[in-house]
Design a protein around this ligand. Structure first.
Ligand code: E4P
Length: 219
């Protein structure tokens, strides 16, 4: 399972890249605005230098012509840029063109299995179903992940990867891993939560106290 982080904050990306556990980064217009970065192209350029894996950069246009130009511009930033496109008719048209040019794509704002099927038909590298936002409406976000994984398995010719997005807490992560999502993108706070368990902290405190008593050293 690949681990992506969902942030456009350079400091957070640098900090978590040092873990050696990060496979990629996803950004979106809201995260870019939150980062306070002055220049989107420069921001993505910098992230692509920190993380060698896929870095999702989202188009901002809604119409086909402008979206295509933006996608082409973003793709030129670096070979690991993944052009993020909305799950709309025009977004999927651009996705197909990018896919024919072997440019990585991430089709975002996916809220149904039929939409995910369309993204795969358009040759998307990744499709991003949003778990948390579906849960917020009273629907079952994890069920959507399970449905898409099952549907893609039925058709081995579809090689789009399921990128579980809008992850809000560690249980979302756990269930995505059990279902078999290819990738999970999570906020840095959720990634940090995965490291912790109270019994680890308690056990470590006990070991350290006993080690002190033993009077031994390793170095
Ligand atoms: C995914 O690519 C999106 O950027 C993200 O996961 C959305 O998460 P949110 O619903 O917490 O904003």
């Amino acid at each position: 399972m690949k681990f992506f982080i969902d942030t456009a904050d350079i400091k957070e990306i640098q900090e978590l890249a040092a873990s050696g556990l990060l496979d990629g980064v996803t950004t979106n217009p809201s995260l870019v605005a939150k980062s306070g970065a002055a220049n989107f192209i420069e921001l993505i350029t910098e992230i692509c230098k920190i993380i060698p894996g896929p870095v999702s950069a989202e188009v901002a246009a809604m119409d086909y012509e402008t979206m295509l130009k933006e996608a082409e511009r973003l793709a030129k930033i670096a070979s690991n840029v993944t052009v993020k496109l909305p799950l709309t008719y025009d977004g999927l048209r651009v996705c197909k063109i990018m896919s024919n040019q072997k440019i990585m794509t991430n089709v975002t704002l996916c809220f149904s299995a039929n939409q995910a099927l369309l993204a795969a038909k358009a040759g998307a590298t990744f499709v991003s179903p949003f778990i948390g936002r579906l849960d917020d409406t009273g629907a079952d976000g994890l069920q959507l992940i399970a449905d898409i994984v099952q549907i893609y398995r039925n058709y081995p010719e579809l090689d789009t990867q399921v990128l579980a997005a809008s992850i809000r807490h560690p249980v979302h992560m756990l269930e995505c891993a059990k279902i078999g999502a290819d990738v999970a993108t999570m906020p840095p706070s959720v990634l940090k939560q995965l490291f912790h368990h109270p019994l680890t902290d308690k056990g470590l405190a006990g070991f350290m106290a006993d080690w002190q008593k033993s009077g031994q050293t390793i170095l």
